[in-house]
Structures are given as C-alpha cells and as structure tokens.
Design a protein. Structure first.
Length: 703
C-alpha cells in the first residue's frame, strides 16, 4: 500500500507570546510529524522558538489527559478514575444549577492565556458564563498594569510595527529578554545591529539578551520610572526636546517638564543602583540617535509602581519626536490595533447577562473577582462587600495553583472540600490535581481558532491538523455541550468552532480571502502611525497628564530598603522571578526535552551575596520570607546583580524540590494601575539547607 502523501496545514501559535507565529504543520498518515514557522509570514519568517517547534511532543505526550476524570482521592493528591462524558457533563450541570439557584455569582470562571485564541479562549466560554450569570473574572495576572498605563498615555495599547526595528539606529530593550520571550523581534534587532545600530538592555538580570547587547544597565527592580525621569531631566537641560512635536502632540508637557527637573542624574542613579554616567550616557545616546526605538516589555511593570513607570517610558519617544520615523517610537503591545477588527460582542455575547440581571444600564450585574487575589478570595466568607462565598470554580487555559501569587494561600483555597472545581486541561497540573472533575481538552493542532497578536499587526487563522486524540474535545465544544445540559437554548450555543473562527473578524478590517488563502492577513495601519500625532485619545495627543491620574512619577516598591527598612533588615535580597528559557508561564514544564534542558528549579545569586551566606553553586538552598519557603538549587552567577536574586519560574509545584515553587514567596498586593500582581516586588533571604540530623551524627562519628 502506498503511504498517504504528506499534508501541510496552516495554523497559529496559541501561546502567551507577542510573536503569535504563523505555523505550517506537516501531517503524515493522520499524525503530526513537524511543526514549523511559516516562511511567508513577515514576523515569523519561517522560524519558531524551541518550545513551539516541539509542539507535537506536547500533543502526543504520554501523560496527556484523554478521557474525563473524576477525583477519588483527597484534593491535591491527583488520584482520579475515568468517567464517561455524559456522566461528567450531567454531574457538572447539576452542581452548577444548584449553586446558580442560590446565587450564580458563587460560580467563578478562572482562565487566562493558555491559549490566546478568540474561540478556544473567551469565545464560547464567555457566552456560557454570561448566560449563567457567573462572577466576572478580572484577568490581570500578566499585563494589565502596563496595558492600562499605555492606554492612559496613548489612548490604546498601540505601538510601532515590529518589522521596522530592523531600521532603527538605537534600540532600548527595556524589561525584556527577547531571546527567550520574543525571538522574532530579536531577529529584527539583530538585523539593526548588523547595520550598525546600538543595542542597550535595561534589566536587573544579565539575561541572554543583555549579554548580546552593546550595554547592559542593571537597575534595581522597580526603579524604571526613576530612570525614565532621569533621562527626561537630561533631555530638558541639554535642550534635546523636539519642541514642535511636543507642542502639537503631547498634553501636559509643562508640568511633566517641572517634574523631570526634580530628577537629576545623581538622584536617578542613586534610586536605580547604577552609575551617574550610565544615566547621562543613555540620555545622550537616546537624544542623538535617529531613529531610536524602545522595545518595552511586561517584566518591568510587575511592581507596585509599574503603571507609572510604563507611562514615563512611553512618553520618552514623544519628547524626542522619535515617532516621526517608522523605525522610531515604542512597542509594548499592538493589541489595541485589533480593537475594531475583532467581533468581540458577537464572540462573547455579553448581552446574555440580561437573561439573569435584566437590561443593561440598570446598574445590576455580577461582581468582579480579581484573578491575582484568588488566594484570598477562595478563603473569604460571604459578606456584603464581597458577596457570596465562591462555591465553584471552572478553570480553563490556566494553572492558578502554580502561577498565581502567594501560592500557599491559593493551594489552601483550592483544597477546600466544599469548593466544586472543574478543570479543562491537557495534563494533570497542580490545579488539576485539586479538581473534582477534569475534562480533556484539545491542543492547537486539533481544533479551529482565530488569533490576533500583541507584538505585530497580523490576524491569523488556525485550522485543525489532526482529529482530537482520545476523547478530547475543544474548549468551545465542552462549553457548548455543557450549555445544552444546563438547558440554554439560545441559537449562539449552536455556532460551530469553524463558524466562530471564520466569523471572528470584521470583514472591512481583515481580508477574509487572504486569511483563507495563507492563514494570515495584515491590518492596514500607517507605517509611522504617529508621525503627525493622531494618537487614539480624544484630542489625538499623547497624555503626560492623564485624566484621573495626574502626572506619572516614580512609585517605590512595597518591599525595598527604602520603603520597608524593617522588613529589609530581615529579608535583604530583592527577588525577581523571570521565566526559565524553555518554559512559558507554567506551560511546557512537563515536556521531557524542555524540562531536561532546564534540569531543575534554580536561583541565581551574585558571588558577593553568596559569599556572605557561605553558599556555593549546585547546593540546595532555602529561599524564604514571611509568606513561605522555596527550595531550589543555587547558581552563583553574574546574571544576578548584587542585592537581587533571580528565581527562575514557573515550575509546577509538584515538580519542584519540596512541593512548592517561586510563587510561595510572592504577595497579592496590587500595582498602582491595572489591579495587577507585583510579582517582582518581593524581599527574601537565602540560606543553605541544613543537613539532616542523621547526616550530622554520621559526620561526627566518622570524625
């Protein structure tokens, strides 16, 4: 028999990454044999990161959940038995109906960016929870501080085209490690470097990216706003302001100018823990380079003052007129460009809330629960301020027990015996181990979806390359079947995954023929979108003095020597928790080849800090504060600057050295804007793990 010819299927990477790559999936005999980047898609240009190039390994993983499961052990043990789909859906519907009869707000969806798809993310799921009247989830865990700050400054989450970084003469890579998190931007930065551009990395950690830049400025965590103000000071005193651009296109400049003058380089350097020459030199280079571009990323906004810091950095290209050039300006997120291109109301149907709460505009509706405070919220009792106690959580596209801050509280909340938990998953994650029922979900290779991006301006379509494995169903199909079990008869619950994917975009904004033919379509956006102002604010000007917010300023961390000296006396090391190179949040942690590359949970510590504590590379250490303790291997390295340790994440707790991960140490206090978590605003101490008592006795006997 002649083997079936290989097929190539067009797809899109679903993961929480700005690059949103276009994929070409090769299928032979009904099995995926290769996942590659689309060479014709300009941002992807045929390349994939290490993680997604091994996506087939994840889809065919031997530990993949391929049948519904019901818990038979204690919560957290991960002991389950198979259950049929009918029995699983009947049980879930019965429980949700009973809770909703008392108060539908006692049901909480919990999801994030396990997939960024418009269909398998918050498409059919949103329809279901709107019809139920469940609590809303404030999805803040990654980017909302920076996103709200960007919207306050520019009017929306918009920026320059990623391709044009290749033409920049100076690129500030600020709070980003693109070799790990945005390899396609890094390709454009490398093109610019080969053409003579200068690359400067601003990051507390000496990342893989910092090592390949011309300069690394290792500022203290949470001091980015102070650095931006120091740069502004130098732009003012050396008259490097584009006065024409500022006068016509920046609102509130006179007041911001006065604030900047309060931040001479000496003050900025002292706050940031860097040299005065670094502040002055960077300001001089930024003023003189034409065009200069900033690739800002979300690492720097995960502190108390993260929103203010993003506002300040976002104003820098306005002050120098860098926006006049297509290779000048700033990119943090491009997602705002898609605002009029996505059919959000049709996809998510918020009008279905009226079934439970009456017509919109009457001031009634479900409460909102912040996903970043889920540890506290699962442990709250009912109250007038909070509303009903959370009785059920439906988790999809997320692993909160591993990724949410203050994870000891999160684990305690999910361990409540009276909490009914349903998890849609590919694997038995830390969160799935706490579920009452686990439902097997498809991967990106097995379902339809539509995608936007936050690092470029192309819409994408994902076609299924293979049939679902085992009994797996797409997220949308699971919620579609659950809606039927709940008795919901609205026609929107009959929309197929393919119909939703093909109908996800406004035809006037996204070329449906191009999307069908090549799997992607470019939005029509000017090459230099703000060359003559035209920001998406009411008056078209960028805002230094944003309504309701006033001027941005440096906001110190919750936990630092300056703001909490007594705490710092006990826990003198600042800790950040950037992602390990081969993981993406908690995804891919259980892929054998990627976990082998990371080996084990690591803490990078500078030689000076290690020497004071008598620590050596390779030894197991305790990292601790008042919230908990985390055990990992120490790596004495100049990747860590003095006074700062880097706890690489995010390992599943059960794959850690002692059943915890780095989020055992983070807190649930929120950022200045965006109600987001301050993961990198965290003080700790590090100590060697004392040898067991029997080892001490044995050593004494041997002596």
């Amino acid at each position: 028999m002649t083997p079936a010819a290989a097929q190539t299927v067009r797809g899109a990477c679903p993961h929480d990454c700005p690059d949103t790559c276009a994929l070409r999936v090769t299928v032979e005999g009904g099995r995926v044999v290769r996942v590659a980047g689309d060479p014709d898609h300009p941002p992807t240009h045929g390349a994939l990161c290490t993680k997604v190039s091994r996506y087939a390994e994840r889809t065919y993983h031997p530990e993949r959940v391929l049948t519904p499961l019901v818990r038979v052990g204690r919560k957290g043990e991960g002991r389950f038995e198979p259950l049929g789909w009918d029995a699983a859906l009947d049980a879930i519907a019965a429980r949700l109906r009973a809770i909703a009869a008392r108060d539908p707000q006692a049901v909480l969806p919990y999801s994030y960016a396990g997939t960024m798809g418009l269909v398998q993310g918050e498409g059919m799921a949103a329809r279901f929870f709107h019809r139920l009247g469940a609590s809303r989830l404030d999805r803040t865990i990654c980017s909302s501080a920076g996103g709200d700050a960007l919207a306050a400054t520019y009017g929306a989450k918009v920026g320059m085209h990623v391709e044009f970084f290749a033409e920049s003469r100076l690129i500030l890579i600020w709070g980003s490690n693109p070799i790990t998190s945005s390899v396609h931007f890094w390709n454009f930065a490398q093109q610019a470097k080969r053409a003579g551009a200068r690359l400067v990395c601003i990051d507390p950690r000496r990342t893989e990216t910092a090592e390949k830049c011309h300069q690394h400025i290792a500022l203290l965590p949470g001091t980015d706003g102070a650095l931006a103000l120091g740069l502004m000071h130098e732009l003012v005193v050396h008259d490097a302001i584009d006065h024409d651009y500022v006068a016509r296109h920046v609102h509130g400049w006179p007041a911001l100018r006065e604030r900047a003058l309060q931040w001479p380089p000496e003050s900025a350097a002292a706050t940031c823990g860097i040299s005065v020459d670094e502040v002055r030199g960077l300001a001089r280079e930024y003023a003189q380079a034409r065009p200069a571009a900033i690739r800002l990323n979300y690492g720097m906004q995960r502190v108390r003052g993260g929103g203010n810091a993003v506002r300040l950095v976002a104003l820098l290209p306005c002050l120098t007129g860098a926006w006049r050039h297509r290779a000048g300006g700033l990119l943090l997120s491009s997602s705002g460009w898609f605002a009029g291109a996505r059919r959000d109301a049709w996809l998510q149907r918020p009008d279905l809330l009226e079934t439970v709460y009456g017509p919109a505009g009457q001031g009634r509706g479900p409460r909102t629960v912040n996903m970043s405070t889920i540890g506290d919220d699962l442990l709250r009792e009912a109250s007038p301020a909070f509303g009903p106690r959370i009785e059920a959580v439906v988790v999809y596209n997320s692993n909160p027990v591993a990724v949410a801050p203050d994870s000891a509280k999160v684990a305690r909340g999910f361990a409540r015996e009276d909490l009914y938990t349903v998890v849609l998953e590919h694997f038995l994650t830390d969160t799935a181990d706490h579920a009452d029922i686990v439902l097997p979900a498809t991967t990106q290779l097995e379902h339809w979806d539509a995608h936007t991006a936050y690092g470029h301006t192309y819409a994408l379509l994902n076609e299924p390359a293979i049939a679902p494995l085992g009994q797996a169903l797409s997220n949308a199909e699971i919620f579609r079947r659950l809606a039927a079990r709940m008795g919901y008869t609205e026609p929107c619950f009959a929309d197929s995954d393919e119909a939703m994917a093909r109908g996800a975009f406004e035809p006037a904004r996204v070329d449906a023929a191009a999307l069908q033919a090549q799997g992607w379509a470019r939005l029509e956006i000017p090459e230099a979108p703000f060359a003559d102002g035209g920001f998406p604010t009411p008056d078209g000007r960028a805002r230094a003095d944003a309504p309701g917010l006033g001027l941005p300023d440096h906001v110190p961390n919750y936990e630092s020597v300056q703001s909490a000296p007594e705490l710092a006396a006990r826990y003198p090391l600042a800790m950040i928790s950037p992602p390990a190179r081969h993981f993406l949040n908690s995804s891919f942690v259980n892929v054998a080849s990627l976990r082998a590359a990371e080996r084990e949970p690591l803490l990078e510590i500078h030689a000076r800090d290690a020497a004071v504590r008598g620590l050596r590379s390779g030894e197991v250490v305790r990292v601790f504060n008042d919230r908990g303790e985390y055990r990992c291997k120490a790596v004495v390295s100049d990747r860590a600057r003095p006074g700062v340790v880097n706890g690489l994440g995010i390992w599943w707790r059960k794959l850690g050295l002692a059943g915890t991960n780095v989020n055992e140490l983070t807190h649930q206090r929120l950022t200045d804007l965006g109600r987001a978590p301050a993961f990198y605003d965290c003080l700790v101490e590090v100590a060697a793990v004392a040898p067991p008592v029997n080892a001490v006795a044995a050593a004494g006997a041997a002596a």
